[in-house]
Design a protein around this ligand. Structure first.
Ligand code: ZN
Length: 424
């Protein structure tokens, strides 16, 4: 009798018990191992990895062929989507949705490694989960006219702007001091709003022979290697840009935050950072927007004039003119994407792309070459900067004018699985 009653109770309880939530961790581990194997096929695909070292050794020792990895990715994606359907907890659903997007991006990268090419816009959407809207180049003509008023004179506007900007070059022997002061200030301002781990640190190196102007290699254990490219002269405005973008609250803080999700929450998918991933727009866009977040209003100009201009041996009184130009130049950022689209989609050749880059980015031939080298190397990755910045800015500034509220909004991107679509 007692047994019979117990059985009834057990059956009744089982019927009422909530269904167990799916466990994403084994799926996340398979994603990380897949990413590491893709990294064995493509140099530079793995931008950062600080998970179990043996996973990397194993992936590199005997990577499967891309055709097999494509099947692995398809199977994994189906399982993650199954888990997403079962998940009830909104936070778990969000993590599953994000993981699915990471795998879908990796899957498309495998096609690209095999030589597949989509249009610029489709490639961007499939790698970064963000479909870029591009404007025709003519729509930037009014900005050029405004800039022509700021930098009057005869001759090509690009040459005039270049001559103007040359006045703001940081002498090579002062570059280290200027960069260190800028990064220190970006760090100080970030630490006022976001708790940084005690052992967090970075090293700074100057390098040459790169298509980028700065790079952060996040190395794990709360450490970054920040590199600044000195192939072309570095102007004073780049110091705060790079300090915030590569350091605080940009890539270094992003690395610290992702590593924390991995170590403290056990979300292993955050132990790897593929270069091509839906994290791209958030990281590059967050890095760019980080300047305005850390230096609201006139604070950047004040800091540059009071600290960086004297360190660089430049006249602080010349800062206002440069700031007016810089402000107008930011409106040309989108033109770079349109040129990249036309070039990569085969609508214009390299020579025409160089001309248009000089015309619409107002740079020297050398700098246009560098810009196009970057487009050749990283292709649709270029959308992550200005379009990523637009969506991060819109999301953070929806929090209102209060600086603390904006920092909390920015931090929320770093402390939970987030896709570009979550900000829109
Ligand atoms: Zn970056």
């Amino acid at each position: 009798m007692r047994i019979w009653l117990g059985m009834v109770l057990a059956v009744a309880l089982a019927a009422c018990a909530p269904r167990a939530e799916p466990d994403l961790n084994p799926l996340a581990e398979r994603y990380v191992r897949l990413a590491l194997e893709i990294g064995a096929h493509e140099d530079g695909y793995i931008d950062a990895f600080y998970g179990p070292a043996e996973w990397k050794t194993e992936a590199e020792a005997d990577p499967r062929a891309t055709a097999e990895l494509q099947q692995v990715a398809d199977g994994l994606l189906a399982e993650i989507n199954g888990a997403l359907e079962q998940a009830r907890d909104p936070a778990l659903q969000r993590r599953a949705r994000t993981l699915a997007a990471y795998v879908a991006s990796a899957r498309f990268r495998l096609d690209m490694i095999d030589g597949a090419r989509a249009s610029f816009v489709e490639e961007a959407e499939r790698l970064f989960a963000l479909r870029p809207e591009l404007r025709p180049l003519e729509s930037y003509d009014p900005v050029l006219e405004r800039i022509a008023q700021i930098v009057p004179g005869s001759g090509a506007l690009a040459t005039r702007v270049q001559t103007f900007r040359d006045r703001y070059i940081v002498p090579e022997d002062r570059l280290q001091a200027v960069m260190e002061a800028a990064i220190a200030e970006c760090r100080r301002r970030t630490a006022e709003h976001i708790a940084l781990p005690e052992n967090e640190r970075f090293s700074l190196e100057f390098v040459t022979g790169k298509s980028w102007s700065g790079y952060n290699y996040y190395q794990g254990d709360n450490q970054s290697l920040i590199q600044v490219n000195t192939d072309l002269p570095v102007t004073i405005d780049r110091a705060v840009d790079l300090g915030c973008h590569e350091g605080y609250p940009g890539h270094h803080l992003q690395g610290l935050s992702a590593e924390r999700l991995y170590r403290e929450r056990g979300w292993v998918e955050f132990s790897v950072m593929p270069l091509y991933s839906p994290q791209g727009p958030l990281n590059e866009g967050g890095g760019n927007y980080g300047v305005d977040l850390a230096f609201p209003g006139a604070e950047r100009a004040q800091f540059e004039q009071a600290t960086l201009y004297p360190l660089a041996g430049l006249d602080p009184a010349s800062a206002a003119a440069r700031d007016a130009l810089a402000e107008a130049m930011t409106e040309l950022a989108g033109a770079r994407l349109t040129i990249a689209q036309m070039y990569l989609d085969g609508q214009i050749d390299r020579e025409r792309a160089l001309e248009l880059t000089q015309l619409y980015q107002l740079v020297s031939r050398e700098r246009a070459e560098q810009s196009l080298d970057f487009t050749d190397e990283y292709r649709s990755y270029v959308i992550n900067y200005s379009i990523g910045e637009d969506i991060v800015r819109a999301f953070v500034e929806r929090a209102g004018d209060d600086s603390e509220a904006r920092w909390r909004a920015y931090e929320s991107i770093l402390t939970q699985p987030t896709l570009p679509g979550d900000l829109q």
